[in-house]
Ligand binder design. Sequence first.
Ligand SMILES: Nc1ncnc2c1ncn2[C@@H]1O[C@H](COP(=O)(O)OP(=O)(O)O)[C@@H](O)[C@H]1O
Ligand SMILES: [Mg+2]
Length: 258
Amino acid sequence: MSTVSPPAATAVVSAEHLTKRFHQGDSVVEAIKDVSLKIEDGEFVALMGASGSGKSTFLHVMAGLTRPDEGTLTIADTDLSRLSDSRLTHFRRRKIGLVFQAFNLIPTLTAEENITLPLLTDGRSEQIEDRLEPLLDRLGLMARRHHRPDALSGGEQQRVAIARSLITQPALILADEPTGSLDSVNGQNICRLLRELSEEQRRTIVVVTHEPSVAVWASRIVVMKDGRILTEFRASDFQDAQSLAIHYQNVIKSAIPA
Ligand SMILES: Nc1ncnc2c1ncn2[C@@H]1O[C@H](COP(=O)(O)OP(=O)(O)O)[C@@H](O)[C@H]1O
Ligand SMILES: [Mg+2]
């Protein structure tokens, strides 16, 4: 390894001309088409769009779960297309934190065991001691640490999932409809938590959502339609979720069909 480091690149995500196709029988669906996006270190981005617009596919490509058919993707200075499958898995474990709508916790493990699992599977159990307690404390889970998922509320389960995504101190947190299984109060609390994490810890976070009430918490909102990035705007341009929702609907309606 060279002792002279290159200047730090600030883009955590650099996606260029990404296309992903799915083949179903004789037909081909282009789930994302020529998608280019840069996300800087510490940004909180909402990827917004209707069902089927390609949000999850884009998120899965950014996570290294799906390989694009075309285009290049650099995450934290690593060109993912150059990685073998096993190196990609290793990269994902170290650099990407994933949060899903359905929480995806292991039902037989306690909250604490779910949170520490990514360090254990990566052979980094020595990091548990320093990281677990501050995380439990920050996410308000100290009193729930020994409970299994079925004894936790939905909001608590999602906080456990967020803690699990943070414990590896990844370069990028990707959350796919993280409030989709929660009532509006718990959903808003999860949004507030993500926003606070981005501000306090400069976490780089991408949240996929179709809800303006979620997107409004992000600093930057990227709108997808029919597999393409249609436009983007700043949440600070809007007073509240309702005015964001009106603008979003207008943008979607006035878009020329692909
Ligand atoms: N594994 C898959 N096989 C076939 N088609 C898929 C697959 N995943 C997504 N698609 C299709 O790609 C398009 C975009 O889907 P998706 O990325 O899930 O959108 P969103 O998350 O915005 O709802 C949809 O037409 C969907 O049916
Ligand atoms: Mg989706």
